[in-house]
Design a binder for this molecule. Structure first.
Ligand code: URA
Length: 425
């Protein structure tokens, strides 16, 4: 690769050409090693955002990102392996009931998850509200927990696609996040390196999603499924509606409580519906003959949850943190709920302390928003609509402002819309 220079790589993409395998591998290797500077990498990322990538460039780019670290080999586990990834939404706590449920169906679920940034919460942040629970799992404990319990949710180690760690941080500050090839390769390099044989993607569209337009979400889903299949990972995606937040809670501890309700056989219907649909798809791809609904009803998923939390130092019976300040918002008039805007709810939860603005910021375990009605419900004047939970009462006015137009009341209930719009793959 002696002849490749960063200026040639940038120039090729800037002028609309196709990067060669050699150029891509050279760039990812040298970027990971730190010998390509941020300003030059940013120029290339912007050229990719503007010019796109051909399928062959994208496949090479993703493989090079995987090869910047190690691809785990889980073939010795003796159980089918399958994971799920969500592109992130408001109130999206699905991994919490889903991973133990799929483990109870007979699979091993190796989920390396992240902390949240912006208005969508991170799975690790939610689980960290459980006293004692740790996201750090050493290599030998990881394999043992996967074998004995069947599910691990933990932070990614340094060897998982390290090229992405630096690239994602750079994209975040250079306006280059919103590129389908860059998003798809970022997500899939990490998921493929994790080592599961099958993967189900929950790709969200709507106001609270990363991709607001359904067409773009579909394109992202198709791209990711294609990358998974090309790398020997059986993959499928569900396109799901994130115009309305999931369940009745957005925050950390309050979402854990709602997830435990699902594992106990209750919980909000939409959370149960999505958990079961993803579990069925995961079992199908993992070639496991199980019925997730009956496994959930049997209590076996709750048993797995308890083992999964205890194995990482958590006490599944410990009371979760509660917020010292709770503010109520009531209905100004009677009517039917025609809209509950996911983005506004996510922003309010974020303002209250449940989310972070920069990746090094702490989050509050007890902060968040609870809502008590959903689109289609009839409300009476003065009925309780929202509760705002926070450790810091000075945050309440901004959260109230974020929620001002979140809930729309009309004369008639809207036509119901499906939560799961399409399956891809
Ligand atoms: N999540 C990721 O991991 N990468 C992206 O590029 C976007 C969302």
């Amino acid at each position: 690769m002696a002849n490749v220079t960063i200026l040639d790589v940038i120039g090729t993409k800037r002028d609309g050409g196709e990067l060669s395998t050699e150029q891509i591998r050279w760039f990812i290797e040298n970027f990971t090693a730190g010998s390509v500077g941020d300003e030059q990498a940013s120029a290339l990322l912007m050229a990719i955002l503007l010019r796109g990538m051909t399928p062959s460039e994208l496949a090479t780019w993703t493989t090079a990102m995987i090869d910047s670290g190690e691809r785990a080999d889980l073939s010795a586990l003796g159980r089918p392996t399958v994971d799920k990834h969500s592109t992130g939404g408001v109130g999206d706590k699905i991994s919490l009931p889903l991973c133990p449920l799929v483990a109870a169906c007979g699979a091993a679920v190796p989920q390396m998850a992240g902390r949240g940034l912006g208005h969508t919460g991170g799975t690790i942040d939610k689980l960290e509200s459980i006293p004692g629970w740790s996201p750090e799992v050493a290599g030998s404990d990881y394999a043992r927990q996967l074998r004995d319990v069947g599910a691990v949710i933990c932070s990614a180690g340094a060897q998982l696609a390290p090229a992405d760690r630096r690239m994602y941080a750079l994209r975040d500050v250079t306006g280059t996040v919103e590129s389908i090839p860059l998003i798809a390769s970022s997500i899939m390099s990490k998921k493929i390196a994790e080592g599961a044989a099958a993967l189900v993607l929950d790709v969200k569209f709507g106001s609270g999603a990363f991709m607001t337009e359904m067409g773009r979400a579909r394109e992202l889903a198709e791209t990711m499924v294609g990358l998974g299949e090309a790398n020997g990972v059986r993959s499928a995606a569900l396109l799901t509606d994130m115009n309305t937040p999931l369940g009745y809670n957005a925050g950390n501890a309050i979402e854990v409580t709602e997830s435990v309700e699902v594992l106990a056989g209750g919980g909000p219907p939409d959370v149960v519906e999505l958990t079961l649909a993803l579990a069925e798809t995961m079992c199908e791809l993992a070639q496991i003959d199980a019925d997730p609904a009956s496994v959930l009803a049997s209590g076996a998923a709750m048993d797995k949850w308890r083992s999964m939390i205890s194995a990482q130092g958590g006490d599944p019976d410990a009371p979760l943190p509660t917020a010292p300040h709770v503010e109520r918002i009531e209905a100004p008039s009677a009517g039917h709920v025609t809209r509950l805007d996911a983005r506004a709810v996510g922003e309010a939860a974020w303002v209250l302390g449940a989310g972070r603005a920069r990746k090094e910021d702490p989050v509050s375990a007890s902060a968040g928003v609870r809502w008590f009605v959903r689109p289609g419900d009839r409300v009476a004047k003065s009925q309780l609509l929202f509760e705002l939970h926070t450790e810091d009462p000075e945050r309440i006015p901004a959260a109230r402002e974020a929620l001002e137009s979140a809930l729309v009341l009309g004369d008639a209930a809207p036509e119901p819309t499906p939560l799961i719009a399409e399956r891809i793959g």
